[in-house]
Design a protein around this ligand. Structure first.
Ligand SMILES: C[S@@+](CC[C@H](N)C(=O)[O-])C[C@H]1O[C@@H](n2cnc3c(N)ncnc32)[C@H](O)[C@@H]1O
Length: 218
């Protein structure tokens, strides 16, 4: 499968997560921040992916969702851009497998995975570059495999550096909003057909509505 042209510069994203990794792991060690509805989508994904089939937690951060899926029987491995996040994941989940790499340029062979999770890991990719990430996911997913992705819904850009300043970190980090319709239509164009979507209002300290979208590779 041909990858769309156009490199994405993730230098600031990597630097930011390398800087905040230990605080991220300490303050978000598990799924306590997720809404029950979000977890229902994750549970459905874990139950739907072919039993024993390999699953990639792409943009795994410090590994909390890798843990969640492993605890639900998934044969899951994590991958993240940030070496410090991967080091935290390996430290906190020594029984699981993690690697450093970019979801925009995966080293895995075609059709390797029965499932791919993108849990808030595409949010730092500018919308015009999402096609490259989605093409990589489509390439490594086998026919009948499932993609679950979560992201903040809407339009525009949010500066998230301020959230880390209270931990004493000075980083440059933005996230980009996008809509379920936009994502579903991009996925459909490359053979990832939406099977289910959750779009819910912001709750608690969230600033934006949230989307969790499940798609199946044809
Ligand atoms: C908001 S955190 C979410 C981490 C994890 N999925 C979780 O829910 O805790 C975003 C993560 O995506 C990773 N990330 C962003 N762009 C990436 C890319 N192109 N390739 C791999 N990881 C990426 C970041 O390094 C960071 O760990």
């Amino acid at each position: 499968m041909t990858r769309p042209a156009g490199p994405v510069d993730y230098k600031f994203v990597q630097q930011a997560y390398d800087t905040v990794a230990d605080d991220y792991a300490a303050h978000l060690p598990d799924t306590r921040a997720e809404a029950a509805l979000d977890l229902a989508m994750l549970d459905h994904f874990a139950a739907t992916v072919e039993a024993g089939g390999p699953v990639l937690d792409a943009g795994c951060g410090a590994g909390r969702m890798t843990r969640y899926l492993a605890d639900r029987g998934c044969n899951v491995e994590g991958l993240d851009l940030s070496p410090a996040m991967v080091a935290a994941a390996r430290r906190d989940h020594p029984d699981l497998s993690f690697a450093v790499g970019s979801i925009a340029d995966l080293s895995h062979p075609d059709s390797r995975f029965a499932g791919v999770l993108l849990w808030y890991s595409t949010i730092h990719t500018p919308p015009e570059h999402l096609g490259r990430v989605f093409a990589e996911v489509a390439r490594v997913l086998r026919a009948g495999g499932h993609l679950l992705l979560a992201f903040q819904s809407g339009h525009g850009t949010r500066d998230v550096a301020a959230a880390y300043r209270r931990f004493g970190h000075d980083v440059q980090l933005e996230r980009y909003l996008t809509t379920a319709d936009d994502v579903a239509s991009q996925l459909s164009a490359i053979g990832l057909i939406e099977t289910c979507r959750l779009v819910r209002a912001a709750q608690g300290g969230e600033r934006d509505a949230q989307t969790v979208l499940l798609a199946r590779a044809i």
